[in-house]
Design a binder for this molecule. Structure first.
Ligand SMILES: Cc1ncc(COP(=O)(O)O)c(C=O)c1O
Length: 418
């Protein structure tokens, strides 16, 4: 839980700030150095033994990255974090740190595309069984857990189904079986939801999205809540990490076994850019979500729009959970909606004048994509259906421009589809 009692809007700017260490600068310098000098052989040996936290080599850690880690740890209310080169690097390391050949895990089936590929295709090659279930179906989750299950994985807001699982119930269920809950909270951000407060054990973000907010830096982060008990028979293989790092055993394993050896290093420039963006996260999220509600109201009024998935709609099956879990602050900035068919979606996208057509979300600019013919192009039809990727689906990441201008652009593109 956050130890700093100031409000989120204040903490997002001031958490982890140490201008006294940066010659008075208000942002940390970009430490563009592959390795760091050590005055004595004894000192370097102590650092390698993990008894000091000096920096050694950029692949292992970096002072600019560490400032971002401290900021994000504080915002999520975790105990420690590691920033990585992308959201996918973070997801891969977060999962791999817990998996051995023969292991299993359970995941909601409302997943970002590359996460799905990693889980369904890549992990399979290494003898790992992944059990996919409906993210909001606790009974199905429970049925899928067995003695070999190592964790439960969920997205706070599923991309692109926009469903919102009940994290408190999912965490209790996972803990009752002695397994941790890992949550990809990219679409929610710590402004909207702090999964540790609901019992989650590990939180992951693609910082490429809302945390940086300007589409100028790739990155990911794994945050450890530090509360899970790794000293059980199921996790006997964690003993050396528990002995070394106690409550931060998991993060130590992520770092020691995976991050530094897979070389998923974050470039300090990207951490710096992410910190510049992070300062305005609260303001941006307020505007993203207010605009999203206006856009949803507008889309509802248009006969060309056949359906809308957005937890802010009272008719959404996720509405009640989202309201409670997101403290009535909003429902996120991404909307999924349907048009007549793929040809209509293409006509709509090609008619947009201001909204950017590209593969990203969480940027301050409004972004649109037709997932079926792009990110999911090579997926088998039955998998697309299972993931709710249909030919009529448009995904819209609502930006922070004037809502009126966003709606005007959508209106003229929908007019062109008539
Ligand atoms: C929910 C979610 N998680 C993870 C990722 C992967 O992040 P990155 O592109 O930074 O690897 C994405 C990317 O769109 C995402 O939407």
């Amino acid at each position: 839980m956050p130890t700093d009692n100031r409000k989120f809007h204040t903490r997002v700017i001031h958490a982890g700030q140490k201008p006294e260490n940066w010659q008075g600068a208000t942002l940390p310098p970009i430490f563009q150095s592959a390795s760091h000098l050590h005055p004595t052989a004894e000192g370097l040996s102590e650092t390698f033994a993990g008894r000091t936290s000096e920096h050694i080599y950029m692949r292992l850690s970096n002072p600019t990255n560490r400032v971002l880690e401290e900021k994000i740890t504080a915002l999520e209310g975790g105990k420690g974090s590691i920033v990585m080169s992308s959201g996918m690097a973070a997801i891969t390391n977060a999962c791999m740190a817990m998996l051995r050949a023969g292991d299993e895990f359970v995941t909601g089936n409302s997943l970002f595309m590359s996460t799905y590929v990693l889980f369904a295709n890549i992990f399979k090659k290494y003898g790992i069984t992944v059990r996919f279930v409906e993210s909001t179906d606790l009974a199905a989750i429970e049925c899928a857990i067995n003695d070999r299950t190592r964790f439960l994985y969920l997205e706070t807001i599923g991309n692109p189904k926009m469903d919102v699982p009940n994290l408190q119930q999912a965490a209790s269920l996972a803990h009752s079986h002695g397994i941790p809950l890992l949550v990809d909270s990219t679409l929610a951000t710590p402004y909207l939801c702090r999964p540790f407060e609901f019992g989650a054990d590990v939180v992951i973000h693609s910082t490429t999205k809302y945390l940086s907010g300007h589409g100028d830096a790739a990155g990911g982060v794994v945050i450890d809540g530090g509360a899970f008990n790794w000293s059980t028979d199921r996790f006997a293989d964690f003993k050396p990490f528990v002995d070394r790092k106690g409550a931060l055993a998991y993060l130590d394993r992520v770092w020691r076994e995976h991050h530094i050896n897979f070389g998923t290093t974050q470039a300090p420039l990207h951490s710096y850019l992410t910190m510049v963006g992070l300062d305005t996260l609260a303001l941006r999220m307020e505007r993203h979500m207010a605009n999203a509600l206006t856009v949803v109201r507008f889309l509802k009024s248009r006969p060309e729009v056949t359906w809308i998935n957005y937890a802010g709609l009272e008719t959404s099956p996720s509405h009640t959970t989202a309201r409670r879990q997101f403290n009535d602050l909003g429902f996120g900035g991404v909307i999924a909606f349907g048009l007549k068919d793929q040809a209509t979606c293409f006509k709509f996208i090609n008619s947009l004048k201001m909204i950017y057509h590209l593969a990203n979300l969480g940027d301050c600019k409004t972004l649109v994509i037709h997932p079926y013919s792009s990110q999911y192009l090579s997926f088998p039809e039955d998998t697309r259906r299972q993931l709710s990727i249909t030919p009529d689906l448009i995904r819209l990441s609502v930006g922070i421009e004037a809502a009126e201008d966003i709606c005007d652009d959508l209106a003229q593109a929908l007019d062109a589809c008539r």
